[in-house]
Design a protein around this ligand. Structure first.
Ligand SMILES: *[C@@H]1O[C@H](CO)[C@@H](O)[C@H](O)[C@H]1NC(C)=O
Ligand SMILES: *[C@@H]1O[C@H](CO)[C@@H](O)[C@H](O)[C@H]1NC(C)=O
Ligand SMILES: *[C@@H]1O[C@H](CO)[C@@H](O)[C@H](O)[C@H]1NC(C)=O
Ligand SMILES: *[C@@H]1O[C@H](CO)[C@@H](O)[C@H](O)[C@H]1NC(C)=O
Ligand SMILES: *[C@@H]1O[C@H](CO)[C@@H](O)[C@H](O)[C@H]1NC(C)=O
Ligand SMILES: *[C@@H]1O[C@H](CO)[C@@H](O)[C@H](O)[C@H]1NC(C)=O
Ligand SMILES: *[C@@H]1O[C@H](CO)[C@@H](O)[C@H](O)[C@H]1NC(C)=O
Ligand SMILES: *[C@@H]1O[C@H](CO)[C@@H](O)[C@H](O)[C@H]1NC(C)=O
Ligand SMILES: *[C@@H]1O[C@H](CO)[C@@H](O)[C@H](O)[C@H]1NC(C)=O
Ligand SMILES: *[C@@H]1O[C@H](CO)[C@@H](O)[C@H](O)[C@H]1NC(C)=O
Ligand SMILES: CC(=O)N[C@H]1CO[C@H](CO)[C@@H](O)[C@@H]1O
Ligand SMILES: CC(=O)N[C@H]1CO[C@H](CO)[C@@H](O)[C@@H]1O
Length: 595
């Protein structure tokens, strides 16, 4: 899960040792048409609502403005319920290398009409097939046999994850179209960004390339659904819900899959409804604390996943973490999964981000860009430490958009004011009430372009009084910091917590410095105007290239991370070499492509 820019530079250094990095990159030399996403094939499916299906094909919070405005926006819970229901009618099939799509579909339609399907590759060929009716899944399961006995013994388990074999090794021609489940390489990304027409176009392009596709979203819900089948062996009414970047519309292709085991212990139906003098309760085992209960539940599920669940490998029980979890790889989908329970606030945070992402089409483009920028400059990291997190960056973008005049986004306090009785929600004593119905929130009157917003974002945080002020999206204005942590961003729900407490002064300074530098780069763009004719890395591409900042080498930590440290040092040296050769007399970046 290392940064791909990182690998990219590393790769180049290895490939062309000693040669100035950027002179070797023909990033923008070829104009290529955008790569088409695989078209989702929809077979007609009597009995389902056609409009709904059409609508579902738009990825959540799609970039297409105008179109987006006409459709009533779905609530988070509606969206989740629809996806869950869809996932329950869906199966995952490992296919032989060579398969005829037509015959495959014909074979499966014996069990009922198919709503849609797609193929993808992940150490083998897989198909995701969504039937129109749930009964078709049972019918398929009825006809499926246990694997023929080999040397190894099989643990019987009837799931919705199958293995398809050819009875006859006839030479089937493989003619299936693959759906891509990974983000583009940085080289390809730079190419499409260079080919864009404006900086606004670049930001939207970056979003389109990185956001989760319809297929990837389906695969995420299906994976949760398969895990739910396993958990249901112990907890028949449980629900396994995806949360975090898989559902908040800010996730990037390839991101982890966070799951939440919802045991719905909060249901209080009987207390009010039953009449008379009696109240029936279940006999249960008691443990000293909520935390221990959570640990016991996750421990058992970890064992289950490890022992019975096909496709789950590398199961780790991380029960002593602040938020206990079970981590595993779901091999067939390629997702790294984290399963938690008792984590309802995280689900509410996902919902809030979903709402902010859906309110204005500029939000997601800006957040993706800022995150990608931070990653490219090593401001964020997948290793825990003093780095700024993607969540903190997202809060900073939202906060910034709240401070515009007129604001692009409403404050959380105003979303709370708009809430009705149905929206009321208290979790662990925190008031998580806010309006859930997107159609009740007035659209913004702000019409600033993405280019202006991006430049202003960097300018705003390049000059922010971090030493005095805190960031909080509840009020949407700067406030005095309650403590001396370098960066203070108030947790939107647990308001006494600072989500960026981990960030140290030097990391914050690096952020500020890079923000200032980026403001400056974008100002230069203004002077020159967008250069769409030549080979120059312009606009966003210039922002994503490593900065010329001469930073101290990071050779302190040793041992385990020795190799990654080496790469870092190498990267630093590339950066410093580059600075000298790519800054002309005016200090202007001069990225040419001559070799
Ligand atoms: C960077 O420059 C130094 C000397 O200035 C040189 O030793 C080093 O190999 C260069 N690194 C790369 C990757 O070109
Ligand atoms: C599965 O098989 C059982 C008996 O073998 C039968 O009762 C049931 O109806 C079948 N289910 C479907 C969906 O075909
Ligand atoms: C296997 O292939 C042979 C010849 O191609 C054909 O006659 C036979 O019907 C096939 N068997 C099955 C089960 O498809
Ligand atoms: C809990 O279960 C009840 C009844 O089964 C259901 O109405 C309610 O929506 C569930 N709550 C959650 C948060 O899933
Ligand atoms: C459930 O009911 C009990 C007793 O009426 C109450 O104390 C508790 O707060 C309720 N729990 C929730 C989540 O509403
Ligand atoms: C943060 O976001 C960037 C860009 O979307 C992504 O490349 C990176 O993996 C994310 N980092 C973490 C730790 O999730
Ligand atoms: C700040 O955090 C970074 C990343 O964790 C670390 O490398 C650096 O040494 C820290 N600096 C200080 C002054 O603690
Ligand atoms: C939570 O916020 C809502 C909306 O502002 C308010 O009506 C409600 O009284 C608050 N609940 C608590 C327990 O503070
Ligand atoms: C871009 O670079 C290529 C090869 O380096 C060159 O052939 C082409 O003329 C350049 N285009 C412009 C507009 O400078
Ligand atoms: C900047 O680019 C121009 C034309 O692409 C080139 O003539 C000039 O030498 C470059 N300057 C530096 C310092 O590389
Ligand atoms: C003053 C204050 O509330 N500081 C909090 C910052 O956040 C951390 C945890 O996120 C708390 O432990 C501090 O008390
Ligand atoms: C540090 C470094 O690599 N500097 C080089 C910059 O480019 C000139 C030629 O253009 C080289 O002579 C330098 O060694």
């Amino acid at each position: 899960m290392c940064c791909f820019f990182f690998f990219f530079f590393f790769f180049l250094t290895m490939a062309v040792p000693g040669v100035g990095l950027l002179t070797r990159l023909h990033l923008c030399t070829q104009r290529r048409t955008r790569v088409q996403r695989p078209v989702l094939r929809l077979l007609s499916c009597p009995g389902t609502v056609a409009e709904d299906l059409r609508r579902d094909e738009q990825p959540p919070g799609s970039v297409e403005t105008g179109f987006e405005d006409k459709i009533p926006k779905k609530r988070f819970s509606e969206m989740q319920n629809e996806r869950r229901e869809q996932a329950k009618r869906t199966v995952l099939i490992h296919c032989p290398e060579k398969i005829s799509e037509k015959k495959f579909l014909k074979y499966l339609s014996q069990h009922g009409p198919i709503n849609n399907h797609f193929f993808y590759e992940s150490f083998g060929l897989y198909a995701v097939v969504e039937f129109c009716q749930k009964e078709s899944v049972h019918s398929l399961q009825n006809e499926t046999c246990a694997p023929s006995k080999g040397i190894e013994a099989a643990i019987p388990f009837r799931s919705r994850f199958f293995n398809l074999k050819l009875k006859n090794q006839t030479s089937e021609r493989s003619c299936v179209q693959m759906s891509n489940q990974l983000p583009p390489s940085s080289k390809k990304l730079f190419q499409v960004l260079c080919d864009a027409e404006s900086i606004d176009d670049q930001l939207n392009t970056l979003l389109k390339e990185f956001q989760l596709t319809e297929e990837n979203t389906k695969l995420r819900y299906l994976t949760c659904s398969l895990i739910e089948d396993v958990a249901a062996a112990y907890f028949p009414d449980c629900i396994v819900r995806p949360f975090g970047s898989s559902v908040n519309t800010f996730g990037k292709l390839g991101c982890d899959l966070d799951m939440f085991l919802d045991l719905n212990e909060t249901r209080n139906l009987s207390t009010h409804k039953t009449s008379g003098n009696f109240l029936m309760e279940f006999q249960v085992k008691n443990v000293p604390s909520e935390r221990i209960a959570t640990q016991k539940i996750l421990s058992v599920l970890g064992e289950c996943l490890d022992n019975f669940s096909p496709g789950c490998v590398g199961v780790q029980k991380i029960l002593n973490a602040r938020c206990p979890l079970v981590r595993f790889s779901h091999q067939a989908s390629g997702f790294q999964c984290d399963l938690t329970t008792n984590n309802r606030i995280a689900l509410t945070s996902s919902e809030l981000l979903y709402i902010y992402g859906a309110l204005d089409s500029r939000v997601r483009a800006l957040v993706f860009t800022v995150r990608c920028w931070a990653r490219a400059h090593l401001l964020t990291s997948s290793i825990p430490g003093a780095w700024i997190t993607n969540f903190s960056l997202t809060m900073m973008v939202i906060f910034f958009l709240q401070t515009r005049s007129p604001p692009v986004l409403p404050t959380l306090d105003s979303l709370q004011t708009l809430a009705d009785a149905e929206d009321k929600c208290i979790i662990e004593g925190n008031n998580c009430t806010f309006v859930r119905d997107l159609n009740r929130i007035k659209p913004s009157e702000n019409t600033e372009t993405l280019e202006i917003l991006l430049k202003e974002f960097f300018e705003y945080f390049g000059n922010f009084a971090f030493n005095k002020n805190s960031i909080n999206i509840r009020q949407g204005r700067e406030q005095n910091k309650p403590d001396s942590s370098p960066l203070y961003i108030q947790n939107p729900f647990e308001t006494s917590l600072n989500i960026s407490k981990n960030v140290n002064q030097s990391q914050l300074q690096k952020f500020v410095h890079l923000a200032q530098e980026s403001t400056w780069i974008l100002q230069q763009e203004d002077l020159d105007g967008p250069d769409t004719s030549g080979n120059r890395s312009w606009g966003l591409v210039a922002l994503l290239l490593p900065s010329g900042a001469n930073r101290k080498s990071v050779g302190k930590k040793k041992s385990k991370k020795a190799t990654s440290e080496k790469i870092k040092v190498l990267l630093e040296s590339i950066k410093s070499n580059r600075t000298e050769n790519f800054t002309d007399t005016n200090g202007k970046r001069n990225v040419s492509t001559q070799t």
